[in-house]
Design a protein around this ligand. Sequence first.
Ligand code: OGA
Ligand code: MN
Length: 295
Amino acid sequence: MTIAIRQLQKHFVGEVSGLDLRKPLTESEAREVEAAMDTYAVLVFHDQDINDEQQMAFALNFGQREDARGGTVTKAKDYRLDSGLNDVSNLGKDGKPLPKDSRTHLFNLGNCLWHSDSSFRPIPAKFSLLSARVVNPKGGNTEFADMRAAYDALDDETKAEIDDLVCEHSLMYSRGSLGFTEYTDDEKAMFKPVLQRLVRTHPVHRRKSLYLSSHAGKIVSMSVPEGRLLLRDLNEHATNAEFVYVHKWKLHDLVMWDNRQTMHRVRRYDQSQPRDMRRATVAGTEPTVQQQAAE
Ligand code: OGA
Ligand code: MN
C-alpha cells in the first residue's frame, strides 16, 4: 500500500492513510513520514489499534526515545506504564481516574496550557506521538498551533526585537501559573530553569518559528514582568484561531507533532471518566542555545 497524505483545511496538518502502524515501516516509508513531518508539522493517523511496543517501535524510526525522567512529580513506583511511553492519561496505577486532589492529577492539568513538550529540558523533544486508547466522553480535544506561520505573520520590527532573545523554561513556571507552587527540594533541583531561544530555525527547511511554551517564565536580559508581558503578547498572537487546528479524538487515532514548530494543549474534560492517552517522545539532538552555569 502506498502512503497518501491529505492536507486538512489547516495547512500544517496532514491526514495519513496507507500505513499500518502495527507493522514495521520500510526505510522508504519512514523517510516519507519524516519528510511529511517537515512539510506539515502535524500528522493524523486514524484506526491504529496499536500496543505500547508498536507505538514505541514506530517512534524510533525518527530518532531516540527521550528519557522521561525529570518531567513529573509522580514517583517511579506509582507509574502506571512500564513500556517507556509517557502516561498522559488521567488514570492511576489501579486504572481508575485519579482523585481530584491527587498531586499527579493537579500537576498533569498543566497540559491544558499551551506548551511545547520538554521545553523545560536542556535538549527539548523533537517529535511526540500520542495514541488514543480510551477517549473521554466530554471535552479533551487537543489543539495545535503552527509556530512557523505565527512567526511569519509578525511585523518586521517585532521579528528584529525578538530574533535573538533567550528565555528561561521550567515546569515550575507553567504549573505556578495555575497555582501549583509547592515543591520538595528534589523537585526544585529537578525543575531548575533551562535556556531556550525564543525564535528557532528548523534544521531541515530552515524556516523560523516562535518557540513559545507555558514553561517559559522569564526572558533573559529583561525584568520578569516586562518579559512575561512580551511572552503573553506573543502567545496571544500565535494561538489566534487562524494558526490553530483542533483535533477531536476518535478511538485509536494517533497524532504526531513536531515540537520544534508547533505548540499544543488539551482542553478540559470530564475528570470523573477515563481518558487514556499514551505518548512516545522522540528526543531532540541539540540544545537551542548554550546553557549557562546556574547562578
Ligand atoms: C502531550 C500532551 C495532550 C493531550 O501528550 O504531550 O500535552 O491531549 N497531551 O493529552
Ligand atoms: Mn504535551
